[in-house]
Design a protein. Sequence first.
Length: 420
Amino acid sequence: MAGVARAIETMSSRSFCIVGANLAGGRAAEALRESGFDGRIVLIGAEPDRPYERPPLSKEYLRREMPEERVYLRPPGYYEEQRIELRLGVSATKLDATEGTVELASSGRINYEKLLIATGCEVRRLNIPGTDLGGVHYLRTRAESDELAVLLQEARRVVVVGAGFIGSEVAASARRLGKEVTILEASTVPLARALGTKMGEVCAAIHREHGVDLRLSCHVREFRGAGRIEEVVLADGSRLQCDLAVVGVGVTPAVGWLEGSGVALDNGVLVNEYCETNLPDVYAAGDVANAWNPLFGERLRAEHFDNAQNQGTAAGKVMAGGREPYTPIPYFWSDQYEHTMQYVGHASGEDGIILRGDLRNRSFTAFYVREGRVRAGFAIGRPRDIMAARRLIQAGKQVDPKLLADEQTDLRALASKGEP
Ligand SMILES: Cc1cc2nc3c(=O)[nH]c(=O)nc-3n(C[C@H](O)[C@H](O)[C@H](O)COP(=O)(O)OP(=O)(O)OC[C@H]3O[C@@H](n4cnc5c(N)ncnc54)[C@H](O)[C@@H]3O)c2cc1C
């Protein structure tokens, strides 16, 4: 009996620590409990909120079309019921992997037996004069979305810097609220890195159809105003009056606290397909993790909901003792105006595009193909094609481009038949 009691005591004293209390971290904690892990789970997060979903923050939540309680992953009582200790509003400042401790800002340190790094990304800030003026805004957190929602209601002329997904969604929301919107984008085509030039041009056209003044190859030099933003000065010296500027120029992995810890870093935390880092008992998942993907034969660091959720779950299962590799086919979506855009797979600039459907009616799928094999699919308003694209990517078979383009082809059947 004494032996059994000791074993239970040892088990329950195991402490698994998760740094980053949002999507990846929250799902990992859930997966630990669902996998039967009965020990102590501590979920540490710099934000004051319990885990929530960011996608609505640039869409319906920003437009005040969605109640606050719907953004959270779980109701308030869930964490207590599951004995997941939430330490919110607390930042980790240092990892000492030799000692097995994480140092917390102004509240000591915590021992871990296993540690998950799920600190996500932080916004890239512009280094130009005037960024501290009132009305110059970034968007990552729920609190920032709340502030922006108030400013948006009051604003008449909105400038969005950056035509990436966040900038594009904020612009679309601002148009829906009846604001005058200008987007300033440094590249010649928006979203070229994610979607390629041709699909980037489609996205540019969609903004313009909705009354946005989209300016490409455009660099911002300065924000000016007396305390609050009044105008944006461009590199060519021209000026643009506005009463709100939203900056969406990308994000970087939140790894500052890991410097000197010995954990291997390169564009995020390097992990294998089991979410394991180079350090024993230290794992990473979500936007912060740069993971080896055996299916594509390269490292991928995603900045998307689907990955953060699924990789968080995968990490939790591995930490609980499972041994299932995480080999995702990347997926993301973006809602802009009346369109839902979806992307599955992983393509590059060298891949050719085969179109199915009608570009002008904004109902189409673009298949990105290399050596006769589908690598990715981007669709507007065609969720079934995206499911089929996923199967085609998974199958990895050569497909006839004519069949892909033909609306009469049953893509599901094509994925199972194909040509070896
Ligand atoms: C406005 C917006 C809209 C989006 N829309 C879409 C969409 O439509 N489709 C899509 O696929 N994806 C979308 N995304 C991306 C998606 O939300 C992210 O990929 C996802 O949130 C990543 O989850 P994560 O848990 O890895 O990181 P995060 O959500 O960034 O969470 C990491 C957490 O760690 C905390 N943290 C950081 N450092 C520390 C530290 N040192 N100590 C303690 N805590 C720390 C942070 O405060 C944060 O709460 C959107 C993102 C934003 C910002």
